[in-house]
Design a binder for this molecule. Sequence first.
Ligand code: SIN
Length: 283
Amino acid sequence: MVNQSIDIRPIAGALGAEILGVDLSCSLSNQIRAAIFQAFLDHQMVCFREQDLDAARQVEIAAILGNPIAYPYLAGVEGVAEAHELVKTPDDVVNFGGVWHSDTAYKPKPDMGTVLYACEVPDAGGDTLYANAQLAYETLSDGMKQMIAGLVGVNDSEALYPGGRASRIGHLSEMKGAYNDGSEPMQSEHPIVRTHPDTGRKSLFVSIAHTLHFKNMTAEESKPLIHYLANHIVKPEFTCRLRWQTGTIAMWDNRCTQHFAVNDYSGQYRRMRRVTIEGDKPA
Ligand code: SIN
């Protein structure tokens, strides 16, 4: 296929679009690359169907968004350090990413974007949900916006796993991913309201998965508001749902979205390949 123009079709009112007319295995002009990047900014999550990509080409495609980097807790795949497999076998119970979150919010510079490719998917189930954290911020009352304006969240890589690090090692081992156990737990402080460096829009940057408490406040004091904001972000009207097919690839903007991998395919196999993009310090 010759890549000459692209057709962008929104998949929900809040966020998400499917891009048609592009074969990502072929050379892409600067114009097409720029159009894909603009669609990513406009729709926060974009996907392409029926693509045939190995790990190296996926990393090249991910570079449309920025600088691909390795995920600290998983080893590379196909000899590519920045590409990682997420596998759930019929025997596994837990899945990777089965909680609302923005990727690596616990890093000093959380990942800007994620590029996920479906290698093998269940007959039904295994969809990913996305939420628009910009719309969530914009629909708060002025009083709530004023109250949270100066709040800083303490984000922790272990918050998701009540048993701490040992629990996470167990989780990733069970997932059969190649666990890179040289990495240490991470914790970083980021504003609860961040401004998108490309669009200037503000969004909520807080989750039950990673935000332990607000800076200078106890967990007990912080939790009710963390829960309120986290639940507000994922109201149905701020979300979309991606139904994967083998060969689907999605790109999402972690600076203004959250996502949730639905674990509803017990006894079936799902294999995804994931590349993340270096981010900057939220401000
Ligand atoms: C993730 O949280 O990055 C994984 C999402 C998925 O597997 O659907």
